[in-house]
Design a protein around this ligand. Structure first.
Ligand code: GDP
Length: 195
């Protein structure tokens, strides 16, 4: 079980500089501003770990953290660069795609990608593109809805059901949708257990 402790290991701009694939790893992916830094911070209880509101689309790095596990050897938590920022030019999108595709295809110890989706927006076209990319790479992935506190109570269950239906169209997508709010602390314990 993930004990909620993490330490920064390194930021990698290319696959050549990744740490050895000697332990399991879980990667976090999502559109810029989806709440990824906030979720990683909330999961680990550290405010300064992942920088929130960093310039969208700027960090093209795979950020590696070591997760302390209870009764087990440490695992890696990988923070993938955000995607889908409107103002970013084509060249950078291509660089992102190349880096992430190579990573997904070439990382044998990658056990699961947690794909973060803003619960107010649901799956966008570029989320679906990533899901197809993950299907093709045969990487196990799971959708994590973020910012659930921003929805009216009546809409929360609706978005979970809708996302569950959408997820059925994808081969490698885990059937269980996680629902979270970093702000309220909702779903964090369940997500830690899943990790
Ligand atoms: P990132 O770009 O994916 O790392 O997104 P951030 O973690 O920087 O969050 C983007 C914005 O959403 C910030 O203004 C956060 O305060 C806000 N945010 C993130 N998580 C939550 C949440 O669970 N609830 C609410 N209400 N706001 C959130």
């Amino acid at each position: 079980l993930f004990a909620g402790r993490v330490d920064f290991v390194m930021g990698a701009v290319s696959l050549k500089t990744l740490p050895g694939a000697d332990r399991p790893e879980v990667a976090f992916a999502g559109r810029s501003n989806v709440g990824k830094s906030s979720l990683v911070n909330a999961l680990t209880g550290r405010k300064t770990l992942a920088r929130t509101s960093n310039t969208p689309g700027r960090t093209q790095e795979l950020n590696y953290f070591e997760m302390g596990m209870e009764m087990d050897t440490p695992a890696y938590l990988v923070d993938l660069p955000g995607y889908g920022y409107a103002k970013i030019e084509r060249k950078k999108v291509n660089a992102w795609t190349r880096l992430v595709k190579d990573y997904l295809r070439g990382r044998p110890n990658l056990r699961r990608v947690l794909l973060l989706i803003d619960s107010r927006h649901g799956l966008k076209e570029n989320d679906r593109e990533i899901m197809h990319m993950l299907d093709e790479a045969a990487v196990n992935y799971q959708i994590v809805l973020t910012k659930l506190d921003k929805l009216k109570v009546a809409d929360r269950e609706k978005i979970v059901k809708k996302t569950q239906e959408d997820a059925k169209k994808f081969i490698a997508c885990h059937p269980i949708i996680m629902a979270t709010s970093s702000e309220k602390g909702w779903g964090l314990q369940e997500l830690r257990a899943e990790i």
